[in-house]
Ligand binder design. Structure first.
Ligand code: NAD
Ligand code: IPM
Ligand code: MN
Length: 351
């Protein structure tokens, strides 16, 4: 079996972390005797500069024809004044739509070895392991109408919209994930205010009847934002709509100690997409100090979903071992090592 993987480095630290994850993938796939090919394509700001669009057709085609896509990050300050539809971020949103992955899995794990990197007390984060299942193709990100209007006075508007079917399919993903974990789903909404959330709550409750072994509870997003920080260990799987999931997942980075630790997998479409939760980090781009572990762990999620479970575990164990040794860490984890040194340490643990 040959694995054709499309690699989309993107902007800022995107290429820096993607390069490292590909090094890890090459090594571990080789170790397990799998053949793989990696083909790079443009997305985001680099694609705007080179092709005048954040999502060239050739990129979509290559992604659609591959087994999996590994994406770095898109965006940067030089594009911030562009209209929403022309920005680098529009390229990523368009790719998500084109591939059709509607469930974005974002695990946040409190690794004991880096507990001191979290501003939270060690007793609060101890043992925390939360999986945020973020709906990725609906809600206010894609709802119509959206735009600006000028009369009678300047205004702007977006639409939060969900169909029952969109909620159902992501709810099934959350319950199936919970079944393999601690059998608890917390559905997060704002049903005390929003109609979309009322439909969300009703639909998730109905879907839950198909999973009697999984316990379901509901929480308002404002309360969840607090509880995630005060009692992270009380969560197993969180399922929530697009924007709430975007915000709560960055917040969950505090449990792990750095945004540079959060991986993600976008599943459910024709080709799955793997990307770290963090962005292009313009403040540290080009300095060689970005933490590559979020992207390396995203690559491990790719291996897992490609059913190369042993290879996935090998990478996860190597990362855990490097963290446990504590000698090689990037500055976000309180260390002084470079991006490359961290990858080298991970590679050394493989095999
Ligand atoms: P960001 O995630 O890029 O950075 C937030 C902070 O976390 C920064 O201080 C950054 O240095 C730090 N950080 C992020 N990843 C890190 C890592 N791996 N190692 C060490 N430190 C890390 O968010 P931002 O600054 O709000 O956004 C920058 C740009 O990235 C924007 O254009 C935004 O739209 C874009 N963005 C893209 C994605 C994506 O492509 N998936 C995700 C989020 C933001
Ligand atoms: C993320 C990012 C993206 C999102 C942006 C860059 C479009 O913040 O993946 O979390 O909002 O989905
Ligand atoms: Mn985000």
């Amino acid at each position: 079996m040959r694995l054709d993987i499309t690699v989309l480095p993107g902007d800022g630290v995107g290429p820096e972390v993607t390069r490292e994850a590909v090094r890890v993938l090459r090594t571990v796939l080789d170790l397990y005797g799998y053949e793989a090919s990696f083909e790079e394509h443009a997305i985001g700001g680099v694609a705007i500069r080179k092709f005048g669009t954040p999502l060239p057709e050739a990129t979509v085609r290559a992604c659609s024809e591959s087994r999996a896509v590994l994406l770095g990050a898109v965006g940067g300050p030089e594009f911030d004044s562009l209209p929403a539809g022309e920005r680098p971020e529009a390229g990523l949103l368009g790719l998500r739509q084109a591939l059709g992955g509607y469930a974005n899995l974002r695990p946040a794990i409190a690794y004991g070895a880096i507990a001191d990197c979290s501003p939270l007390r060690p007793d609060i984060i101890k043992g925390a392991n939360v999986l945020i299942v973020r709906e990725l193709l609906g809600g206010i990100y894609f709802g119509e109408p959206r735009g600006f209007s000028d009369s009678p006075a300047p205004a702007a508007y977006n639409t939060m919209r969900y169909s029952e079917a969109e909620i159902e399919r992501v709810a099934h993903v959350a319950f199936r994930q919970a079944r393999m974990r601690h059998k608890k789903v917390t559905s997060v909404d704002k049903a005390n205010v929003l109609e979309t959330s009322q439909l969300w709550r009703k639909t998730v409750t109905r879907v839950s009847r198909e999973y009697p072994e999984v316990k379901l509870d509901h929480m308002y997003v404002d309360a969840c934002a607090m509880r995630l920080i005060t009692h992270p260990g009380s969560f197993d799987v969180i399922v929530t709509e697009n924007l709430f999931g975007d915000i709560l997942s960055d917040e969950a980075a505090v449990i792990s100690g750095s945004l540079g630790m959060l991986a993600s997998a976008t599943i459910g479409g024709k080709v799955d997409l793997y990307e770290p939760v963090h962005g292009s980090a313009p403040d540290i781009a080009g300095k060689g100090v970005v933490n590559p572990l979020a992207q390396i762990l995203s690559a491990a999620m790719m291996l897992d979903h490609l059913e190369l479970r042993a290879a996935a575990v090998e990478v996860e164990k190597a990362v855990a071992a490097v963290l446990a040794e504590g000698k090689v860490r990037t500055p976000d984890l309180g260390g002084r090592s470079s991006t490359e040194e961290v990858t080298a340490a991970v590679l050394e643990k493989l095999g």
